[in-house]
Design a protein around this ligand. Structure first.
Ligand SMILES: [Zn+2]
Ligand SMILES: [Zn+2]
Length: 809
């Protein structure tokens, strides 16, 4: 073990610990002295209130790294260059992945934050560039900033003849030609590959002809519809390489995720071997799961933070102390103990609320102490971020509340405790945030504070879903016809499609090509399918749910921001109260033709809540399970929804002032759904009265949507649902859950594939919630179009019991 130092130098995002060692400032221990141990600190926090809010404590032990010898093929010069940057030897997982890639196998390395994944692709890529003076490497990152980080890391190795260069939207025209001709390590992003490099393949032929490796960094970010587009951009890249006789090896790096080999296979269309055993060292963490207590009955407004202020859950009846309030108290308590603490909060406004409440409590105790807590908002200048880092390092600042923006900007090190307000959506982000805790080698405390949400509730009662095997998988669906057809058009515009190409683009490609021919976009000739137009097809990889709607202040013409097309009817209807960076506006007009909403500043004492009606019809069934009284289906559906009215409610009391009609057009969505049916008789036998069936199904639907992110990396806002006591297409009581993106994004498919585990978790989350009749932690939904009515919590459990009893495990 000795002789091995941290080798996480490769990118700023990957390397908090290394920066600690290399930063001269870190040697100044002007911060607070040794505080309480994590166990002592946790004991004091728990003793504060009446009940014990901690549902589980996990000791994540420190782990010694497992070093491996340098691969024999790595040239001495390369080893020396790495050694100069602090890497004496690779860790086991780095060496394993590098060896596979060097042998020519496609490989994905899926390990934790700061495990040094970049070395795994740098080794084989750079060794090959040294061995073959003509070879080239293409590196793809989801953001320009990450590509720039990686460029610095590769350039710092100072290897002769590599000439690494970023090629993205910011690259000056004058430099582009030089890069195409001379760089052998080009760093870019999927958007540039799609819009620039592939359409200009003739100019890139020299580079593509010699392409040895394609590196896809942070590949777990390519999920859903965006991921499905990127999957086809990569197929287009493979096609162009093949035309020039090149078959590059793909090396992918991913955060920890479920089944990375399958996800990488879908993304690239190639067989990929996974390396998942993390052999890098890590400090020990005491990790507590924390569930805020239920409020006494009839004190639903016990929080001094009106829910509206945070834009969260403003439609619901609060029965549990809010996670924001709880996090603010914990932050104040740890700061009072002299413990350097970072609180992660999901929304920017929420971070400000947490910091303000913590400051107030501290000032009440010791005037002036509140000054040592701050909120971090995104968009700071580099110097301001450095100042913040300095203040925390030296102990001038002890507590910071931040959104995840921090993950991308600031290097914070040497924290004693991390508070995570609400599950951040994936295990990968959870560990990334918890990983901020721990001064070099010291034990640290991490606390996950559950929000009143079914998934958070489930997790704090099922620690095995956090600390056991990874559960969520990165989901994408390259067969989505709404992605496949435009991507095939792009491919045809680059070079005529051949029958062999249809195999490359996978399931559904022939149908999509036929449709493009029928629509006049392609022309079939004996030699293949040709793009008929002069202009290239316009395809946006990240475009989802229609064009975004601009929010404009009428009096000044200032653009405040944009709202994605899918949400615009809900959030920007005439009369809607719209919050932007803490300022309240009221919408005067929504111009759908121009994609623009006009607003003025106004802070009424009511909030607005849109209502919609949704209709769903089954188009086709792809697959089903016949389980006696229960049926489970996957198929295509048409969803029609229309926002028809909105309620105005007093902020202070939640009292409904009135309901006003709206005149907005209905919208249609052809997508993929998973649904289950039950026979009426099985429901009666289970004790669900006919009158209670709608509330039972509705409650089960809400909770099932809330728990789906446990199975797939999606957000509950990516999915929709519909339940009904009798549906005309199924002629039975039915619950539908559908992808909220045209053509589907793979979420419903994943739900179908894991139906038993998914609905078991849903059932347990409802049953284990301590509320009486349903709350946001179990069956209420913040996005319900029916005002969370009707809902029956006990009957939802009965419904799910019937499904689980019949469905094959
Ligand atoms: Zn509940
Ligand atoms: Zn609902």
């Amino acid at each position: 073990m000795q002789g091995v130092t941290s080798n996480d130098f490769s990118s700023a995002r990957d390397t908090p610990r290394h920066d600690l060692e290399s930063s001269p400032a870190a040697t100044v221990s002007a911060g607070p002295g040794p505080g309480p141990t994590p166990a002592d600190l946790l004991r004091r926090l728990r003793a504060r209130g009446a009940g014990d809010p901690v549902t589980h404590v996990e000791r994540v032990p420190a782990r010694a790294g497992v070093p491996a010898p340098w691969p024999s093929w790595a040239p001495a010069e390369l080893r020396a260059a790495f050694a100069k940057r602090g890497v004496v030897a690779p860790w086991q997982h780095q060496a394993e992945a590098a060896n596979l890639a060097y042998e020519g196998q496609h490989v994905i390395v899926a390990t934790g934050t700061a495990s040094g994944k970049s070395l795994a692709y740098q080794m084989p890529a750079l060794a090959t560039l040294r061995a073959d003076p003509r070879a080239t490497v293409l590196y793809l990152a989801p953001t320009k900033a990450l590509a720039a980080d990686q460029l610095r890391a590769v350039a710092a190795l100072e290897l002769e003849g590599v000439r690494p260069a970023c090629y993205d939207g910011d690259t000056p025209r004058a430099e582009r030609e030089w890069i195409r001709r001379h760089s052998r390590f080009v760093l870019t992003n999927p958007d540039m590959l799609h819009h620039g490099i592939l359409p200009g393949h003739a100019q890139w032929s020299g580079f593509l002809r010699r392409l040895a490796y394609v590196v896809i960094d942070e590949c777990h970010t390519y999920r859903g519809v965006f991921g499905s587009h990127v999957a086809h951009v990569l197929r287009r890249l493979r096609r162009q390489c093949a035309r020039f006789g090149a078959t590059p090896v793909f090396v992918l790096a991913s955060a920890t995720s479920g089944d990375p080999a399958t996800a990488a296979g879908r993304l690239t269309g190639l067989p990929v071997t996974a390396v998942t055993e993390d052999a890098s060292p890590r400090g020990g963490v005491t990790f507590a799961l924390w569930e805020p207590p239920l409020l006494p009955p009839d004190t639903g407004s016990g929080s001094p933070v009106p829910p509206q202020a945070t834009g969260e859950h403003d439609d619901l009846h609060q029965v549990r102390r809010s996670a924001l309030r709880e996090t603010a108290d914990l932050l104040a308590d740890t700061v009072a103990e002299g413990v350097r603490t970072l609180a992660f909060v999901r929304s920017r406004k929420g971070a400000e609320v947490v910091a303000a409440n913590a400051r107030r409590s501290l000032d009440d105790a010791v005037p002036g102490l509140g000054d040592r807590v701050a909120a971090y908002r995104g968009g700071y200048l580099r110097e301001e971020r450095r100042e913040l880092e300095r203040a925390l390092l030296h102990g001038d600042l002890l507590g910071l509340a931040s959104t995840n923006a921090l993950e991308l900007g600031v290097d914070l090190i040497g924290l004693d405790a991390v508070l995570i307000c609400g599950y951040p959506g994936t295990r990968a982000s959870l560990w990334q945030q918890a990983g901020r805790a721990g001064r070099s080698g010291q034990e640290a405390l991490a606390v996950l504070v559950a929000r009143d949400d079914p998934l958070d509730t489930y997790l704090v009662h099922h620690p095995e879903a956090i600390f056991g095997a990874p559960v969520e998988a990165t989901v994408l669906d390259p067969a989505n016809p709404y992605v496949l057809a435009p991507q095939l058009a792009c491919a045809a515009a680059e070079a005529p499609l051949t029958p062999a190409d249809l195999v490359l683009f996978g399931d559904g490609a022939k149908e999509a090509v036929d449709q493009l021919v029928a629509a006049g976009a392609l022309r079939q000739r004996p030699t293949g399918w040709y793009w008929r137009h002069r202009e290239r097809p316009e395809v946006d990889l990240r475009g989802e749910g229609g064009a975004p709607v601009c929010v404009v202040e009428s009096s000044t013409g200032r653009l405040l921001g944009t709202v994605d097309g899918g949400s615009s009817h809900f959030l920007l209807h005439p009369g809607a109260v719209y919050l932007h960076q803490g300022v309240s506006y009221v919408v005067d007009d929504l111009d759908l033709a121009d994609g623009c909403a006009l607003v003025h500043v106004e802070e009424p004492d009511w909030s607005t809540h849109a209502r919609d009606v949704t209709d769903l019809s089954v188009v086709s069934v792809r697959s089903y399970v016949d389980a006696g009284p229960v049926g489970m289906f996957l198929g295509e559906v048409d969803v029609t929804s229309q926002v028809v009215s909105y309620q105005r409610r007093r902020i202070a009391t939640g009292e409904v002032i009135d309901t006003r009609p709206l005149d907005l057009p209905a919208r249609e969505l052809r997508t993929v759904a998973v649904w289950f049916t039950l026979s009426p008789r099985s429901l009666t036998l289970a004790g669900v009265q006919p009158a209670d069936v709608p509330g039972a199904l509705h409650a089960a639907e809400h909770a099932a949507i809330g728990l789906l992110p446990l199975m797939a990396t999606c957000d509950r806002w990516d999915i929709g649902g519909l339940s009904t006591a009798v549906h005309p297409d199924t002629e039975a009581p039915t619950v539908f859950v559908y992808d909220g993106h045209p053509g589907g994004a793979g979420f419903a498919e994943r739900a179908y594939g894991t139906a038993s585990a998914w609905l078991r978790a849903t059932r347990d989350a409802i049953a284990e919630c301590g509320c009486e009749t349903g709350c946001p932690s179990c069956v209420q939904s913040p996005k319900c179009g029916n005002g969370n009515n009707p809902l029956s919590k006990p009957d939802a459990i009965r419904v799910l019991d019937v499904v689980l009893a019949n469905l094959p495990g």
